[in-house]
Design a binder for this molecule. Structure first.
Ligand code: MEV
Length: 449
């Protein structure tokens, strides 16, 4: 199943040149203009202090305040033929810029006949099937216990379906029961685990799966002649995955210092490094999660669940593997990412968090599969940008340019002065706070002369 894009594009075009140079207020205006008739958004949801303390107090325990993060949109994204802005909340500099740059590389260029009409990212999202686990311990005869459970599977499935009438009405519900024997003897005796596979539709599903597992555990334990143990969803959601693909032409990969074919070869070599070495694969995957998590945080998702699932999935073959790989093709580079991604557009923090709801609106997201597609695409984008930077100039130059802008602002610069101060700092190689104050003071004097 492909992700279901909204009926009309949420953005006329997501290609906004110079967006990063604007002030936050002007960025909001540019965003509304680009969203066209869809652009009636209430940005108060992401103003400082937008989460009222009473709401926060109802979300978790022992609340003494709220904690803010920068909220941004990455530009230039085209996913499954639809232009959109990707909401991101994250503390690390460069991630939003990296995602936007990679999305630009993946876009078709209007003047390039070889990419015209194609380009962007394409996704495939599986059905949203989550797994609930019921552990049974102290099974005296695991062969007989497993056989009894397999025989009772159709009845268990029917019972499970009867427990979730509203989900069934929405086209989801329990779809299969699996029986796995984990141990024949040991400290817990014979151990069997029953997997309930449940199509959760637009819910992430943790609550409904846990409730279901608790409701069925005693019956399952009786059937297996054992004791009910844990009853909880699995975060290894290998039945709920996203695959993202893109093709980047050489011309889009080229940097000022390196021609496209050389960059393409270096990125493919970086991919092979991650495929050979778990130490590198962990960092490669961290670069992917930079994009994924930023979207998940902005949209109020359980990013810890997705992190746990992603790394378990990466290790499923017995070796820890990269979630995205890159291959050279004729005149370009092909990337493919596959990962589990359990997200929801109903329930969870979306009930309460105004910023999370606005994030979904800005991206035009109305379904969980579309949100999963967008988060995974942000992941392959930040991976591509990181590999391109690492394979060419290294990541520090870009980091320094951003750091220089931050220092310029901290020194008091606003508007065009930010770029002037930052450019001078970056050119001098002396990217420090006191130097930023000196340059800013001198430029102010020069302007008032
Ligand atoms: C830093 O946040 C992420 C990178 O380390 C990812 C990578 O090495 O691929 C740059």
């Amino acid at each position: 199943m492909s992700s279901s894009p909204p009926p009309s594009s949420p953005a006329r075009s997501s290609r906004l040149t110079g967006f990063f140079k604007l002030t936050p207020a002007n960025r909001r205006a540019a965003l509304l203009a680009a969203l066209g008739h869809n652009g009636h958004h209430d940005f108060r949801a992401i103003d400082p202090g937008a989460l009222p303390i009473d709401l926060a107090d109802g979300m978790i325990e022992n609340v003494i305040g709220t904690y803010a993060l920068p909220f941004a949109v990455a530009v230039n994204f085209r996913i499954d033929g639809v232009d959109l802005f990707v909401p991101m909340a994250v503390e690390e500099p460069s991630i939003v810029a990296a995602a936007s740059n990679a999305a630009r590389m993946a876009r078709p260029s209007p003047d390039d006949a070889s990419t015209a009409g194609q380009g962007g990212f394409t996704t495939h999202v599986s059905a949203p099937v989550m797994i609930g686990q019921i552990q049974i311990t102290h099974v005296a005869d695991v062969v007989a216990g497993a056989a009894a459970l397999r025989e009772a599977s159709p009845a268990l499935l029917a019972e499970a379906r009867a427990l979730l009438p509203r989900l069934m009405e929405r086209g989801g519900g329990p779809v299969a029961v699996d029986v796995r024997t984990l141990a024949t003897q040991g400290p817990d005796g014979g151990v069997i685990v029953v997997h309930l596979h449940v199509d959760c539709r637009d819910a992430m599903g943790a609550n409904l799966i846990n409730t279901l597992c608790e409701a069925l555990a005693d019956r399952v334990a009786t059937l297996a002649r054992g004791r009910a143990g844990l009853r909880i969803l699995s975060n290894l959601t290998d039945g709920r995955t996203v695959t993202v693909r893109c093709h980047i032409p050489d011309a889009h990969l080229a940097s000022p210092d390196a021609p496209g074919p050389a960059v393409r070869a270096a990125i493919a070599a970086a991919s092979r490094f991650a495929e050979l070495d778990p130490y590198r694969a962990a960092t490669h995957n961290k670069g992917i999660m930079n994009g994924v998590d930023a979207v998940l945080v902005a949209t109020g998702q359980d990013w810890r669940a997705v992190e746990a699932g992603a790394h378990a999935f990466a290790a499923m073959t017995g070796a820890y593997r990269p979630l995205a790989i890159w291959r050279e093709t004729e005149g370009g580079l092909d990337g493919v990412l596959e990962m589990p991604l359990a997200v929801g557009t109903v329930g969870g923090a979306l009930h309460t968090h105004p910023g999370a709801r606005l994030a979904l609106e800005l991206a035009g997201v109305t379904s969980a599969d579309r949100l999963a597609a967008i988060a995974a695409t942000a992941g392959i984008a930040t991976n591509l940008a990181a590999l391109r930077a690492l394979a060419t100039e290294g990541i520090q130059r870009g980091h320094m340019a951003l750091h220089a802008r931050g220092l310029a602002r901290a020194a008091g610069a606003t508007g065009e002065l930010v770029e002037l101060v930052a450019a001078e700092l970056a050119a001098s190689g002396d990217v420090k706070a006191d130097r930023a104050r000196e340059v800013y003071a001198r430029l102010c004097q020069e302007m008032t002369r």
